[in-house]
Design a binder for this molecule. Structure first.
Ligand code: ADP
Ligand code: MG
Length: 694
């Protein structure tokens, strides 16, 4: 077997290969583009394209594809072969700089939220040189951004790249004001921890709800769930271990630094965490990770579920977006150092983030909203729907001391019991005890924990970058004219933290008291996608994105429409799937079972049996339930039929408040019937079989 270092990145046209294969001047020019964002010359593109093609062909590739992330959230690709007609009917393998830089997929079916009428369906993909090309299935994949003929942004990558640029330029400006003039570039970094379920393919194939919607729409709880917490970090089953090792290998080949893997809280639930990368590469890699998880599962007779809530009653899946900012000189700007009380630079960046999260809680909430994530946020698992920040004991005490103007005592430093010096510093783990917070400081980064497992992380990250960049720009403006910079910085930090301390909450985010307390503090509590999404188009938010040159008002409206439409469509499909399962299988199964009970009772009586209590009590109970079930099915059908009166936000609200409620009612009766019906008659594998079946 090849060693891991040999394997790692073997399918990636990475920096080392570029250096080997490109003329030195071309390599240097490309580096300048990647590292400093300098524009790219066509002659450079031609040379890179040629080197990429030669490498890809050596690796057995026949095709290339511009790989992009349209607003649907899943990646898209269109494959072209390298062949060109040569003389005398032969072909040669060619790939030009122009083809590398620009592609033209037939884009008419990608959602544009009305930006682009289909008669002018042209959309362009443009090479993103900051994320390396790679090979999958004999195809060279070129990461690209996607925009319309007239330049409107149609994807998730472009705003992310823009937000990274913006944040870099204002952070550099601020650092220069602070006297750190050697910094020329600042990068945001992300390490997304990915949760998922793995179930047996045979079980999956028998569940239309999983097939059509990614989650179970019916299913009585198994006798055992996650209450013993014996799955969390438990030993990994052989079949799962084989999957994980295959997955690691596939990811390593593609240069994805898959680092840790473990079992999660719910049965059949697992997690993978990579080593962090720049936000852009982390986003591409997370998309790849999700795709490769699914493909690898298939090879092992398994199915990987990335839905946020595949099973009621056990934890759903999320994604922890670990986020930080660092300089080209190698400094992590969110590292408080040993003496954070003296580290004004750290305090200033911290203040900007506190202010950003407070002023834009609505954006952080809506960027993680989805039909799937609605089942988690506010549902007593994962973080609540209320966005707040957790700073931990050390940092919390520091912030208090700044606001109150008192001396700072680190909670960590008083704890000398271990006698180990390294633990006596500003300690990472003092900030990591609160697992209930949606936005937690974890030592040298923030962990945004509210993301759903299937989400493309591009969107939350461009929002986060933009809101922080906007605050940093305001700070620059205030500080740039200051005579005494240090005094001005101190007063800015104190004022900002004082004004925005309401977003900081170090207690239990799941408690009922917090809901009341948060309301008193004026924090938002948007429980569902329609509630949250309504604020996407608030003037404040449109202004924020326009002011920072990330997306325009028209583009925000487009995104808003797409999110709402997507939500309504998903609930629509769920409702239709439930109706189908109810009518074609569940109702007939229960009736057949009741019939068999009646036959059994009659037979027993004719044989002179004294009691038929078992049969008659079940018959009575199930007959009542199946009647109610059929009525509820009809109610659900009429509620779906009435949906066409609405559109946009109203439609999404209707699905949430009406259709979804009817679905829940139907499910309740369905699950009660499942618990009382013979397994021989019940048409679908049970939760027990699915969750403990691997
Ligand atoms: P914790 O145990 O606090 O969750 P880990 O060190 O295990 O922290 O890291 C969790 C995730 O955070 C990993 O994906 C890791 O790569 C990522 N991470 C660590 N440092 C940074 C950073 N500076 N920027 C972004 N992500 C980071
Ligand atoms: Mg973590």
């Amino acid at each position: 077997m090849t060693s891991v270092p040999e394997l790692f990145g073997s399918m990636v046209f990475n920096d080392r290969k570029m250096e080997e294969r490109l003329p030195h001047s071309v390599y240097k020019a490309l580096k300048r583009t990647v590292q400093n964002g300098e524009p790219l010359d066509i002659s450079v593109a031609n040379a890179v394209a040629n080197a990429m093609k030669e490498w890809a062909v050596e690796m057995g590739c026949t095709h290339y594809t511009h790989w992009f992330q349209p607003m649907t959230g899943v990646t898209a690709e269109k494959h072209d072969s390298f062949i060109y007609p040569g003389s005398d009917g032969t072909v040669i393998m060619e790939f030009s700089g122009k083809e590398l830089i620009k592609g033209e997929p037939d884009a008419s079916s990608f959602p544009s939220g009305g930006i682009r009428a289909t008669f002018e369906a042209r959309g362009y993909t443009t090479w993103d040189p900051t994320s390396p090309a790679f090979i999958r299935d004999k195809t060279l994949y070129i990461p690209t951004a996607f925009c319309s003929y007239t330049g409107e942004v149609l994807d998730k990558k472009t705003p992310l790249l823009r937000s990274m640029e913006k944040l870099s330029s204002v952070a550099v400006e601020l650092l220069h004001i602070l006297g750190k003039t050697d910094v020329t570039r600042v990068t945001t970094t992300v390490g997304p921890e990915q949760e998922y379920f793995l179930i047996d393919k045979e079980m999956y194939d028998k569940r239309p709800d999983l097939i059509y919607t990614g989650r179970t729409l019916f299913g009585a709880p198994a006798p055992k769930g996650q209450e013993l917490e014996d799955h969390y970090f438990g030993s990994i089953k052989t079949r799962v271990a084989a999957f994980m090792s295959d997955l690691d290998e596939e990811l390593w080949k593609l240069g994805v630094m898959a680092k840790t893997k473990h079992n999660e809280v719910a049965p059949s639930q697992h997690e993978l965490a990579p080593i962090f990368a720049t936000s852009n590469i982390a986003t591409d890699h997370n998309e790849l990770t999700m795709e490769i998880m699914k493909k690898t599962a298939e090879k092992h007779g398994l199915v990987c579920l990335l839905h946020e809530k595949p099973f009621a009653g056990v934890n759903g899946s999320g994604k922890h977006n670990n986020w930080s900012i660092s300089t080209n000189t190698g400094e992590n700007l969110l590292d408080p150092g040993k003496t954070p009380e003296e580290n004004l630079q750290f305090q200033l960046f911290l203040a900007a983030i506190v202010k950003a999260v407070h002023e834009h809680q609505d954006l952080l909430r809506l960027t993680v909203a989805s039909a799937g994530n609605d089942h988690r946020l506010g549902a007593n698992e994962a973080p609540p729907a209320i966005i707040s920040m957790y700073l931990g004991d050390d940092l919390g005490a520091l912030v208090d001391s700044i606001i109150d103007g008192t001396e700072y005592h680190s909670a960590g430093r008083t704890n000398m019991l271990t006698g180990v010096d390294v633990l006596a510093d500003f300690r990472k783990d003092t900030s990591d005890r609160n697992r209930t917070s949606p936005f937690a400081f974890t030592g040298n980064k923030f962990e945004f924990r509210a993301l759903g497992s299937s989400l493309n992380i591009g969107c939350p990250n461009y929002m986060l970058n933009t809101m922080v960049a906007d605050e940093l720009a305001q700070f620059c403006e205030e500080l740039s004219g200051a005579e005494d910079v240090e005094a001005a910085v101190r007063s800015l930090i104190r004022r900002t933290l004082t004004e925005h301390r309401n977003i900081i909450f170090n207690g239990d985010n799941y408690s009922d008291e917090w809901v009341d307390e948060a309301a008193r503090r004026g924090l938002f509590n948007y429980r569902s996608l329609p509630e949250a999404m309504a604020h996407y188009v608030d003037r404040k938010n449109i202004d924020l994105f326009e002011r920072n040159g990330i997306v325009s008002e028209a583009e925000i409206y487009a995104r808003y429409e797409i999110e709402l439409e997507n939500y309504s469509k998903q609930l629509h499909i769920e409702a239709l799937t439930m109706i189908d399962m109810a009518e074609k299988n569940i109702t007939p199964a229960v009736i057949a079972y009741v019939n068999s009970l009646s036959d059994a009772a009659l037979a027993k009586r004719s044989l002179g049996a004294y009691s038929v209590y078992a049969e008659t009590s079940l018959i009575g109970e199930l007959s009542d339930k199946v009647e109610a079930f059929v009525k509820k099915t009809d109610e659900l059908k009429s509620s779906v039929a009435a949906a066409d009166k609405y559109s946009g936000l109203e439609l999404a609200e209707y699905y949430r408040n009406e259709v979804f409620e009817r679905m829940n009612e139907l499910r309740t009766i369905g699950d009660e019937m499942e618990s009382r019906t013979s397994a021989a008659y019940w048409p679908y594998p049970s939760y027990g079989e699915i969750l403990f079946g691997v």
